[in-house]
Design a protein around this ligand. Structure first.
Ligand SMILES: [Zn+2]
Length: 75
């Protein structure tokens, strides 16, 4: 049974998240192309917490990943 439709492995998700957290352009680990990033939310409704949601889509394989990125807390 092949179940590889539109999903990254946990390892790949970690890779992408690392790039996002570093505010770099994330590459799809499978295709090595820059992923399209869409910010979701970001305070249009005054949500009151410093959070942003990034939705990353690979334009080639169409896999996507959704991350909650905490803003303003850098160590
Ligand atoms: Zn891809």
């Amino acid at each position: 049974m092949t179940d590889d439709v539109s999903q990254y492995s946990a390892e790949e998700l970690e890779q992408i998240r690392g790039a996002v957290a570093a505010e770099e352009s994330p590459l799809c680990p499978r295709c090595n192309v820059i992923m399209t990033s869409r910010a979701i939310g970001g305070g249009s409704f005054g949500l009151g917490y410093a959070r942003r949601r990034d939705w990353l889509i690979c334009p080639k394989c169409r896999r996507s990943a959704l991350y909650d990125i905490k803003r303003g807390t850098r160590n």
